[in-house]
Every structure is written in structure tokens, then in C-alpha cells.
Design a protein around this ligand. Sequence first.
Ligand SMILES: Cc1cc2nc3c(=O)[nH]c(=O)nc-3n(C[C@H](O)[C@H](O)[C@H](O)COP(=O)(O)OP(=O)(O)OC[C@H]3O[C@@H](n4cnc5c(N)ncnc54)[C@H](O)[C@@H]3O)c2cc1C
Length: 398
Amino acid sequence: MDIHFTPEELAFRSEVRAFLEQNLPADIAEKVRLGRRLSKEDHQRWQKILNKQGWYAVNWPVEYGGTGWSVVQKHIFDEECAAAGAPRLVAFGVNMVAPVIIKFGTQAQKDYYLPRILRSEDWWCQGYSEPGAGSDLASLKTRAERDGDHYVVNGQKTWTTLGQHANRIFCLVRTDPSAKKQEGISFLLIDMDTPGITVRPIITLDGEHEVNEVFFDNVRVPVENLVGEENKGWTCAKYLLTHERTGQAGIGLSKAALAHLKDIAGAETVAGRPLIDDPLFRARIAEVEMRLMAVEMSTLRILAATRDGGVPGAESSLLKIQGSEIRQAISGLMRKALGPNALPFLEPELEPEFDGEPLYRDYSASPASQYFNLRKLSIYGGSNEIQKNIIAKQVLEL
Ligand SMILES: Cc1cc2nc3c(=O)[nH]c(=O)nc-3n(C[C@H](O)[C@H](O)[C@H](O)COP(=O)(O)OP(=O)(O)OC[C@H]3O[C@@H](n4cnc5c(N)ncnc54)[C@H](O)[C@@H]3O)c2cc1C
């Protein structure tokens, strides 16, 4: 096992860094650094810059527009993007439905959808979860009944991230209610403009509109929008989830957040001294930094093992738990560093008529909202409890 980067990998890191310095728009990087809201347009602008460079669809096979990078190169790219303040890519199109279409789709589906994803013409969302089907996803009830050359879809999806921006949704639907749970499910591509679809916002703990409920009322979907075979959608669903979990440790994002935390702790003062000089606060930062270094070493170890074509197994569950807990711990420390200033809803600056001297620093507004928002990390993509079940079964053989 060799966990050091090769000279070629180090040269690749320099190439990525130089590209980011020249091409990442400063206004977008500033929003990311300060945890401000990114618009749909911000995301699409960055996606188009990456696509022009040929670096948007890094996980696709080369013949469809992918990069052909090794897992180590992808890791380096993610790390450099996070360090530079590039937005995290919205995965639903490029990194979720596209791999499924590439693996299971018809030639017509590949020809139509993949170029549209590359050009950022479609915004996809994920219609998996339902009110009664989250961890136990195979209990889903949204029904699709065949009627001539259409399916008629009725039911409800929930927690649909950024569905308010989407013009397309990929859905797991039940096509055979009499079959065993996993066996009667199909994978459908649905145009969000089809009559009978209603999107309603869910406002989360941080006061944001990030997730939605999506209702289907006699929605007619052409049969050519079925991916893979009817009733075999569970295979597509599981394949997609392996892509969703890849990279969920978020090492690069945690490193960038840790650097930001240190900046804040250097600027905030307690009894006239920078907070970062306080031994207790320093120890807290050191503790989370050591955990981050450990999970980074584990990631590199696992990547080293997969460099020659291996596939990460239950290790990805370990990384997901550790990575999400670390990001949550860093956001908790940011709030502690800011004290009462991490209560943005108290800021008079939020009043529309406020035109005075800012009372707080530019970084004060977002840590509270981020703290609440990041609770999601231990829930989505398979909750941390479910990851522990996987480890218990596959690693500990319990
Ligand atoms: C912010 C956010 C965005 C999301 N975006 C999307 C999206 O875009 N598309 C989509 O389809 N879904 C999305 N989800 C849904 C997400 O995948 C589910 O929330 C997740 O799978 C958990 O399901 P649930 O919420 O129904 O909780 P439940 O499955 O009801 O679980 C409730 C609690 O019980 C625990 N639990 C459940 N079963 C077990 C078990 N067997 N052993 C031990 N503990 C267990 C869970 O860990 C959890 O703590 C999103 C969720 C969030 C929070």
C-alpha cells in the first residue's frame, strides 16, 4: 500500500489549482466562503465553465464526455475545488441519473439526456423518498399503471432537494403491487411540466427552502421514459445510491470549513485576546482537526486499495459517518466562536431599511443557518444509523 501521491498526481494538482485560480468566478467563491445562498444561475454558470474545460462529468466514461480520471485524481480535484471555494456540484443530474442512464438506458435516452445534462439544459431532482418510505425505501407506494403507451402515475414524493428549480425528476414507482417489495419497482424519468404535478415547499429548521414535497395526480408519462426493465428498477436504484455515497466523507469541504473556522477564531476576541489563543478553544479545534486527518488518511488508504480497480465496500459507510460528524462538529465550533453573533435573525442589518455601519462581520450571518442545515448530513444518503447497521453486518459480521 502506497498512500503518497505520485509525481504525476502532484502535477495534476498544480494543473487543477491553476485552472481554478483563472476560472472560478470571484463572486461565486466569495458566496461559498461566507456560506451565502447560491442561486440556480450561480450553479449553472460554474457547471458551464467546468464543461467547457471538459471537467464537469468527471465520473462518466470518456466516450460520453467524462475525464477518464483515476479515483485519486477525482479526490485531488474535489479537494482543490473545495479549497478554492468552488460550489459543490448539484449531483442529481450529472452524478446520479446520468450514471444510471449510461448503465441501463436505451441509446435514445443516452442521446437525448446526456448532452442536455452536460450543457446544463436540464435540472434534475430525485424522487425516491416518500412519507412512509425513507430508510425502508422499498416500501414506496407511488403507483404507475400502464395505459397504452403511457404510465399513469399517482402518489407523493418528499424531501425533494431543489425540486423548485427542476424541470425533470427521476422517480422510483411501483408498477407491480402484487410482487415482493423490491421486485415491483420501476425507474421512470418524468418531465416536471407534465400536467398533474404539484411542487410544495418544505421550510426547514434553518428557515430555508431547499426541499419540497412533489405530488403526482394522474400524471401521464410516455413508456419510453422507463429506464431498464419494468419491475427491475431496484437494480437502478441501488446502482445510483452507490454513486450518491461516493465522496460523502466531504474531506475537502471539511478542510475548507476548518480553515474558515480558524480565520474566524483569529478575528473574534475574548477579553481582548484572539479566541484562537484560548487553550480550551484551541484544544477543541485540534481535536476535530485530528479526526479530520485520521479520516483523510483512511480515505487515502481506501483510495490506494482501489487505485488498481478495486471497489470500496462497507468502508464508504465508515467514511460517511466520520465525515458527516466532523462537518457537523466544525459548524458547531463556528457557532461557539461567534457566540450571540451567530443569531442572524437578531441582526438589524436584515431590516430592509437598514443603511448604517454593519454591526457584525461579513462572516456572522451564515454559521447559525449552516449549523441547522448540516443536521441533514447524518440523515440523507442513508442515515448514519443505517450505515452502522451495514458496518455491523458486513464488517463485524454480527
Ligand atoms: C435535507 C434532506 C434532503 C433530502 N433530499 C432528498 C432528495 O432529494 N430525494 C429523496 O428521495 N430523498 C431525500 N431525502 C430523504 C432522505 O433520504 C431520508 O430522509 C432518509 O433516507 C431517512 O428516511 P426518513 O426521513 O424517512 O427517516 P426514517 O427512515 O423514518 O428514520 C427515522 C430515524 O430512524 C432511524 N432508523 C430507521 N430505520 C432504522 C434501522 N433499521 N436501524 C436503526 N435505525 C433506523 C433513522 O436512522 C432515523 O434516525 C432528503 C432528506 C433530507 C433531510
